[in-house]
Design a protein around this ligand. Structure first.
Ligand code: DGT
Ligand code: MG
Ligand code: MG
Length: 269
């Protein structure tokens, strides 16, 4: 096919192929969700509607795109881990990043009303994204541990902070001063002695975030079939095994999770 004289502009496109044999992680994060959560009256410090909507969007991303082995989310962020051996879009970083973030953002708007009901979406939310490559399984596990540790630190702080504000009537500045320099043990103690809250009994989704994995599940459906010697169709129950994206709220820092789901890190994953 004849080429136009303009064809040379293609040469200006930079190569952004991800290094082979590395885990490709795309992390997205809500843009200015401090304001977004205020304007949409998110419950403090955790709003179930918002957290479930984030997870619905992440499930959609995993189901619509190829080769995502695991995802982890908390607050206004989600990380997606593409398989080491993925050949999707010839491993072009921009394709991975833009497909993830655009699919997620359109899902956020599309599914908003299913979670927020009467709470109108007041303006279009945005998300940023970055891509990071991890060459070893240990690096990848440490990355995910880092995000879950961040979830724990922030959630413990926010839980005490909002108790001090909402129940003890402290101003945000007073609550911040009260928590200045406190360790995890001190925060647990404030929760227990002043508010009768055992932090370990707080919902797992708040404390651990959400892990999305592929799991085989049995689905029972009904099907109409015509038996050879019978005149009419009969409805029968059939069990089908499907692989679905399932949310978990568990520890991923220790070894137990990885022993339970060895297929995530498997070489041929
Ligand atoms: P950024 O990411 O630099 O554009 O700015 P932000 O404001 O999104 O900052 P970030 O991502 O560090 O913090 C997340 C914000 O989202 C934080 O202000 C709290 C808010 N947020 C996330 N989930 C919830 C929730 O369930 N309830 C409430 N009340 N706020 C939430
Ligand atoms: Mg944000
Ligand atoms: Mg964030």
């Amino acid at each position: 096919m004849a080429k136009s004289k303009f064809e040379y502009v293609r040469d200006f496109e930079a190569d952004d192929t991800c290094l082979p044999n590395c885990w490709i992680v795309v992390r997205l994060d809500g843009r200015n969700f401090h304001r977004f959560s205020e304007q949409h009256e998110f419950k403090k410090p955790n709003d179930d509607r918002a957290l479930h909507l984030m997870t619905k969007c992440a499930q959609t991303v995993m189901e619509e795109l190829e080769d995502i082995a695991i995802a982890y989310g908390q607050s206004d962020e989600y990380s997606f881990v593409f398989k080491k051996k993925s050949r999707w879009f010839k491993r072009r970083a921009s394709k991975f990043m833009t497909h993830v973030v655009s699919q997620f953002a359109s899902s956020y708007v599309f599914y908003w009303k299913d979670y927020f009901k009467d709470q109108q979406l007041l303006y279009p939310p945005g998300f940023d994204a970055r891509i990071v490559l991890y060459p070893s399984n240990q690096n990848l596990k440490d990355y995910l541990s880092w995000r879950q540790a961040d979830c724990h630190i922030n959630n413990l702080y926010n839980t005490v902070f909002w108790m001090l504000v909402q129940r003890s009537g402290l101003t945000p500045v007073q609550a911040q001063d009260r928590l200045q320099g406190t360790l995890a043990g001190d925060k647990n103690e404030i929760l227990f002695s002043e508010f009768n809250i055992n932090y370990n009994n707080e919902p797992l989704m708040y404390r651990k975030g959400t892990v999305l994995v592929w799991q085989k599940v049995n689905e029972v459906t009904t099907k109409k079939i015509k038996l050879p010697k019978e005149a009419e169709e009969k409805e029968v129950e059939v069990t089908r095994t499907r692989t679905k994206v399932v949310p978990l709220h568990c520890d991923i820092i220790g070894d137990q999770f990885w022993e339970e789901y060895p297929e995530i890190l498997a070489e041929d994953s």
